[in-house]
Design a protein around this ligand. Structure first.
Ligand SMILES: NC(=O)c1ccc[n+]([C@@H]2O[C@H](COP(=O)([O-])OP(=O)(O)OC[C@H]3O[C@@H](n4cnc5c(N)ncnc54)[C@H](OP(=O)(O)O)[C@@H]3O)[C@@H](O)[C@H]2O)c1
Length: 293
């Protein structure tokens, strides 16, 4: 069983404060307001990373959460693949805590494995952070089952969350057995990018877009829900699966929070799982395909 209680629905912060670097034209207050809208709507799980906008997403998250009781929130961040050496993990975590204005993280993820740095070394640093109570739980992102197993050999406390790209279109974690492995080992599986940003070069539309996926239009119409709501509910209806979505629109945020109030029938879950078009074995980003490692 996971050592940290992780709510099934969480709020993401990618593209808050900028993309890979801070954007001086960014509407910072808009991002802070979006995070607060999510928390006010009942979301307690907030996901960020040192890589997002070069740390600025963590700063904005820190400002947003400063007006709430810290212990009511589950705050997750991630250390970049280039910072997985022992000293770098410790210093990255300290800097994330400073930017977030908190003295602990509920979840600290390896953002992406780095084959050049031994897992034993990174795990030793995570053990130190656990011991110092700077983090409550260890997460891994963009990983295969073999990487999870490898980390568990060295960690003082087993991995409690795995965060991979998973949605109606991207099924790599199912095909590679990652989700089944997580279920069997009490690891919470968190699906990133549940609504899917469009990737025009690959002919991929957002799952929120009406008319792009007729099966989704049909099922959304049947339940009187939006396509985005069905895409998110399909994920959170699955045993052991949670998700983190992002929005800057308070109406959209409220809509996604409402997905906890309806069920999709077993038959419609099966149709979405089996008959959805455009199922991709690979996870991809706007920069291209990424492989689980
Ligand atoms: N671990 C990793 O490597 C990794 C990689 C990528 C992402 N993530 C995490 O996962 C989080 C979610 O992924 P994401 O932000 O890339 O994509 P996402 O949540 O799947 O999609 C975000 C897009 O969906 C739109 N949207 C949200 N709710 C909607 C609604 N109810 N109706 C219509 N459109 C809606 C948003 O637009 P509006 O603002 O207009 O609502 C936004 O353009 C990230 O923020 C990040 O925290 C992790």
């Amino acid at each position: 069983m996971s050592s940290v209680a992780i709510p099934k629905l969480g709020f993401g912060t990618w593209e808050m404060g900028g993309r890979d670097f801070p954007d001086s034209n960014n509407d910072d207050q808009g991002d802070i307001n979006a995070i607060r809208s999510a928390i006010d709507a009942g979301i307690t799980h907030i996901d960020t990373a040192e890589a997002y906008a070069g740390g600025k997403a963590e700063e904005l998250t820190g400002k947003a959460i400063s007006v709430y009781e810290r212990q009511k929130l589950v705050v997750a961040s991630k250390v970049r693949d280039v910072n997985l050496a022992y000293d770098s993990v410790l210093s990255s975590c300290e800097q994330s805590l400073r930017r977030l204005g908190t003295d602990y993280l509920d979840l600290y993820y390896v953002h992406q494995p780095n084959p050049a740095i031994p897992v034993a070394e990174t795990a030793r640093a995570f053990n130190r952070l656990l011991e110092q109570k700077m983090i409550r739980g260890v997460g891994l992102s963009n990983v295969s089952t073999s990487t999870i197993r490898e980390y568990n050999k060295f960690l003082a406390q087993p991995v409690c969350a795995v965060q991979n790209h998973y949605n109606l279109i991207v099924r790599q974690s199912v095909l590679e057995g990652v989700i089944d492995f997580c279920r069997a080992n009490g690891i919470v599986f968190i699906a990133w990018r549940p609504i899917q940003l469009p990737v025009p070069a690959l002919g991929i539309a957002s799952l929120a877009q009406k008319g792009a996926y007729p099966l989704l239009d049909e099922i959304a119409g049947k339940y009187g829900k939006s396509n985005a709501q069905i895409a998110v509910r399909w994920l959170t209806s699955q045993n052991g699966v949670g998700t983190i979505f992002k929005s800057r629109n308070s109406r959209h945020i409220e809509e996604i929070v409402q997905t906890g109030t309806f069920e999709i029938s077993g038959e419609d879950m099966r149709r979405l799982t089996k008959d959805f078009p455009l199922q991709k074995a690979d996870a991809f980003t706007s920069k291209g395909y990424i492989k689980l490692s």
